[in-house]
Design a protein around this ligand. Structure first.
Ligand code: C5P
Length: 227
């Protein structure tokens, strides 16, 4: 079997990471959650370059960038990769709604993207990797052998994400979550550098009406045909 690169892009909260993780496990591939990398940089910016809810000090962030170290380490108990920001495990903190509400602004900064894209390209240089994000099929690995583009209605996505956050004990309202999903889609799709869009050769998966199992078997079949 040849090793390939699988690029999974799509709108916010479409379950990209769930599918990507399952797929990597099944194929014995590495899984990389690039959203976690942008979230970790965002957490740094919120701590060090924050002005108010809608603003951050961009020059400061650009100056600090060389000192921001993002890496993944596998948790030996769960077998799952967790993200570290300057050696601090931030896996839980970066999933909170306050980080979600800031991340698209930080992800629009070109120097941030340049740094993270370079790191992502290095991680995939030996292939055998499933990477999910917004620009994987278009910018990070335009030559990926398999590209998927996942989407679902904003309502379906917000409902799932709301349930997830509530299960984790966060105090959020459904309206806040829906707004976050819609706002992020908008900022991610309209930014100048690497906007979220479907690569021409990507296969679209609309999972509004699919169960997790249906979706996974569909995608696994597609992958097996390519490998
Ligand atoms: O995938 P996730 O929802 O965790 O991503 C969080 C945010 O990070 C996205 O809304 C987007 O602003 C940014 N992102 C990006 N490019 C990627 C992955 C994530 O701009 N490849």
């Amino acid at each position: 079997n040849k090793k390939i690169i699988i690029a999974i892009d799509g709108h916010s909260s479409t379950g990209k990471s769930t599918v990507a993780r399952q797929l990597a496990k099944e194929l014995g591939y590495i899984y990389v959650d690039t959203g976690a990398m942008y979230r970790a940089v965002t957490l740094y910016a919120m701590r060090k370059c924050y002005i108010d809810k809608h603003h951050f000090n961009r020059e400061a962030l650009e100056r600090f960038l060389p000192f921001i170290n993002i890496k993944f380490e596998v948790n030996s108990k769960t077998g799952l990769a967790e993200v570290f920001l300057n050696n601090e495990n931030v896996e839980k903190t970066i999933r909170k709604l306050d980080v979600s509400n800031f991340v698209s602004q930080i992800a629009a900064v070109s120097l941030v993207r340049k740094k993270l894209v370079e790191q992502q390209q290095l991680m995939g240089k030996d292939k055998g990797i499933v990477m999910d994000g917004r620009d994987i099929g278009t910018v990070v690995f335009p030559e990926a052998e398999l590209k998927l583009f996942m989407t679902a209605t904003a309502k379906d996505r917000a409902e799932r994400r709301y349930k997830e956050l509530i299960d984790r004990g966060e105090k959020v309202t459904y309206e806040d979550v829906l707004k976050n999903v819609v706002d992020r889609d908008h900022i991610d799709s309209t930014r100048k550098d690497s906007p979220l869009r479907k690569a021409e050769d990507a296969i679209v998966i609309d999972n509004s009406n699919l169960t997790l199992n249906e979706q996974f078997s569909q995608i696994l079949n597609i992958a097996k045909n390519v490998i």
